[in-house]
Design a protein around this ligand. Structure first.
Ligand SMILES: [Zn+2]
Length: 454
């Protein structure tokens, strides 16, 4: 269905692309939702509106009749390095899950398995309409993640995962503080703003329990100095939060913020167990919070007070977290859960569908310092867009477009994913990944890693 014309022999980015005849959910306040076309040129949205004429040179035309055309979805907390561990650590509590399964497996990863894990995760993300991720990265072989994300065509900010302390940290993951900081700084020099600005580098200390105070403080200072993202986990689990309180004499989020891990470039994942003081500091510093509802439920961690955080003016965005605590990397699941989870406690309107769809698009773009460039379809924005089929019985008869997107649609409705003007997935065809090889490598590499941690 829905043929694409004129692809052969012409660079997909230099070619103009006309996405014709869809329902455009622009997430731009001046454009809104309209029936029309999106004209893409050189990786940028040139025009949005009805009856667009691409003019010369010849354009590739994508027929979007009967489909929604939405901005590419944005997830601000994922772990590509963990994709191979999907199904390897079900029904466990956070600290048991980390110490008993995830850290030994991560510690056993080498470059080949890191690449296989990243490709599997990237394939899932691209095919389900996620075009931008903030990834926690890996302790070792992090360069491979940048290369794989770059080659797959996704937009990615990827952290150097840092661990220099803590109980249960295996030998292969425990770093010297200075070495960890030097490695992260080296990654900035090599990879930040590579692939035309599509790939960026972040500092990603794992969490307070596996990092020294020196590492956290210095990583936050370096992130500010280099104007890059700092991201970590915070106040995810009651035991974790209790240990931080016992060891540091202060609440987890307050501890991080007082160390300097605060401000618009800082993303704290989870933030479930917060005090009123923590919340006040988050608001006053403009620090970002990432809501990961599937992972929080599966690890039994708790439910973040997202409506209260949002009402306080804190930008809260969404993430699937890692494959072994979800077990999907599916932004549609996260949107649906984020909308449903809080209703019994705070009422049915607080997390309405429009609000939640913004968390996965325009709000996340603002948080990542790219408002108007991603997370929306408007002239001048990067051409990150997704075509969503509406021909399944679960989509009919319809209703409000945001209700359809958040409550009814699913990952398998994604027909086409474009990132930076390049079609990376269409109708079961991954344009940048050799899928038989991705699947084969994932199975082989997981078997090999499992042998090592026996
Ligand atoms: Zn995580």
């Amino acid at each position: 269905m829905t043929p694409v014309f004129g692809e052969s022999g012409i660079s997909p980015v230099s070619l103009k692309t006309l996405v014709r005849g869809g329902t455009i959910v622009s997430m731009d306040p001046g454009i809104g939702v309209l029936e029309g076309d999106v004209l893409v040129s050189g990786g940028v949205v040139e025009a949005v509106g009805p009856g667009l004429d691409p003019g010369p040179p010849p354009a590739r035309v994508i027929d979007a009749t009967g489909m929604l055309v939405i901005p590419g979805l944005i997830q601000t907390h994922v772990h590509l390095v963990q994709t191979l561990f999907r199904g390897a650590a079900d029904d466990m509590d956070l600290l048991e899950w980390l110490r008993g399964r995830i850290w030994p497996l991560e510690g056993a990863m080498d470059e080949a398995s890191t690449r296989a894990s990243a490709r599997l995760g990237l394939a899932e993300l691209i095919a389900s309409g996620t075009t931008t991720i903030l990834d926690m990265g890996s302790v070792n072989h992090t360069g491979a993640l940048f290369e794989e994300a770059g080659a797959a065509g996704i937009r990615a900010t990827i952290g150097k995962l840092m661990m220099d302390a803590g109980q249960g940290v295996p030998f292969g993951l425990r770093e010297k503080t200075a070495d960890s900081l030097a490695a992260a700084t080296g990654l900035i020099e090599k990879h930040n703003n590579s692939h035309g600005g599509r790939i960026r580098v972040a500092f990603a200390p794992r969490f307070a329990l596996s990092c020294t105070e020196d590492l956290l403080r210095e990583a936050a200072a370096l992130a500010r100095r280099h104007n890059v993202v700092f991201t970590t986990h915070a106040s995810e689990n009651p035991t974790e939060t209790h240990i931080v309180r016992e060891q540091r004499g202060v609440e987890n989020v307050t501890y991080l913020i007082e160390l300097g891990a605060a401000g618009p470039n800082v993303f704290l994942a989870h933030c479930i167990w917060l005090t009123a003081h923590d919340m006040r500091l988050l608001r006053e510093t403009g620090t970002r919070v990432v809501h990961c509802p599937s992972a929080n439920l599966k690890l039994g961690s708790g439910v973040a007070k997202v409506p209260e955080l949002k009402a306080a003016g804190i930008n809260v965005t969404l993430g699937a977290d890692g494959a072994p605590c979800n077990n999907n990397l599916d932004a549609w699941h996260e949107m649906r859960l984020a909308a449903l989870l809080h209703k019994p406690r705070v009422g049915v309107t607080a997390m309405n569908a429009r609000t939640v769809f913004a968390m996965a698009t325009s709000d996340a773009a603002e948080a990542l310092g790219m408002p108007g460039q991603i997370g929306c379809l408007r002239p001048g924005a990067r051409a990150d867009l997704v075509l969503v089929r509406e021909d399944g019985p679960h989509c009919r008869p319809g209703g409000d477009v945001f209700g359809r997107l958040v409550y009814a649609h699913r990952a398998s409705d994604v027909y086409l994913t474009m990132c930076d003007g390049r079609v990376v997935y269409q109708d079961g065809d991954w344009k940048t990944l050799d899928m038989p090889r991705v699947m084969r490598d994932a199975m082989r590499e997981f078997a090999r890693i499992s042998e090592k941690v026996k």
